[in-house]
Design a protein around this ligand. Structure first.
Ligand code: PGA
Length: 247
C-alpha cells in the first residue's frame, strides 16, 4: 500500500506561504513511491494547484449538499474546480467547534466521493475516554457511525481514507504508546473489513496527533499505519519533508 502523508494547515497560510507548498511539492516529486497531500485553507487551493504538480492539493471541509442556500459554505464541485482532489472531513476541531456529527460527516464524505474526490475521514477519542479504557470500542463505534448514510447505505470504500487522531494528542506533543497506536489501527482495520469485505483491506488508515520528524519513523513502521495526518509540523517544508522521508 502506498503511504499517504498529509499536511493539515488548518487556519494557517497566506499567499506568501506558497514557497512552502512548492518545497513540499518538490519532495513529493522526489519520493514518488509516497502519496503526499496538502490540506489547505480554501483560499489557497487554486494557487497551490497551479504551483504543485506532484503533491495532491486538498481542502479541510466540504458541505454535504451539491449546491443551495448555504451561505459561506463550499461544495465538493467548487473545491474540485479550484484544484482540490481530496478533503479532510470530520476533524475533531470541526466536530467540537462546529458541532459536526458522525452522521453529517458521512454525508460530507459521500458528497466528495460523488464528485470523484478523496475523503479523509477523521475519528479519535478524547482524554477521558482514553483514560477510562474504552477508547478501542469508542473509536470503532465512531467509525461505524461515520460510514453510515441515512438511507441505510454506506460510504463507498473507493477514495476513502481514515485518519485516527486521538484528540488529546493533537497539538500537545503527547503521542500514544506505539502499542496503543498499533492496537487501535488493528481494531479499525478489522472494522473496515467487516464493513466492506476485502475492500476494507485496501483503505489507508493514517495516524495523526503530534507527528514530527523524531517520531514519524517508529509510528509509520507500525502494522496498519498507512500514513500520517500532520498539523503543526506540516506548516514548514523543513519540518514536514523529513516526515515524508521517514515514510
Ligand atoms: P498536530 O495536528 O500534528 O499539530 O498534532 C494534527 C491534526 O490535527 O491533524
Amino acid at each position: 500500500m502506498r503511504p499517504f502523508i498529509v499536511a493539515n494547515w488548518k487556519m494557517h497560510g497566506l499567499k506568501a506561504d506558497m514557497n512552502e507548498v512548492k518545497a513540499i511539492d518538490s519532495a513529493a516529486a522526489k519520493f514518488d513511491h509516497i502519496d503526499v497531500g496538502i490540506g489547505l485553507p480554501a483560499t489557497l487551493i487554486h494557487l497551490a494547484a497551479q504551483n504543485a504538480g506532484h503533491a495532491q492539493i486538498g481542502a479541510q471541509d466540504c458541505h454535504q449538499a451539491q449546491q443551495g442556500a448555504h451561505t459561506g459554505c463550499l461544495s465538493a464541485a467548487m473545491l474540485s474546480e479550484a484544484g482540490a482532489s481530496f478533503s479532510i472531513v470530520g476533524h475533531s476541531e470541526r466536530r467540537a467547534d462546529q458541532a459536526e456529527t458522525s452522521r453529517l460527516i458521512a454525508q460530507k464524505a459521500r458528497s466528495l466521493q460523488n464528485a470523484s474526490m478523496g475523503a479523509i475521514l477523521c475519528i479519535g477519542e478524547d482524554l477521558a475516554t482514553r483514560q477510562s479504557g474504552t477508547a478501542l470500542d469508542f473509536v470503532a463505534g465512531q467509525l461505524v457511525e461515520s460510514l453510515a448514510l441515512a438511507d441505510d447505505t454506506s460510504l463507498s470504500p473507493e477514495r476513502l481514507t481514515i485518519a485516527y487522531e486521538p484528540i488529546w494528542a493533537i497539538g500537545t506533543g503527547h503521542v500514544p504508546e506505539l502499542t496503543d497506536i498499533a492496537a487501535m489501527h488493528s481494531k479499525l482495520r478489522s472494522q473496515l473489513v467487516s464493513s466492506f469485505g476485502p475492500a476494507g483491506d485496501a483503505i489507508r488508515i493514517l495516524y495523526g496527533g503530534s507527528v514530527k520528524a523524531s517520531n514519524a519513523k517508529d509510528i509509520l513502521a507500525l502494522k496498519n499505519v498507512n500514513g500520517a495526518l500532520v498539523g503543526g509540523a506540516s506548516l514548514k517544508a523543513e519540518s514536514f519533508v523529513p516526515i515524508i522521508a521517514a515514510a
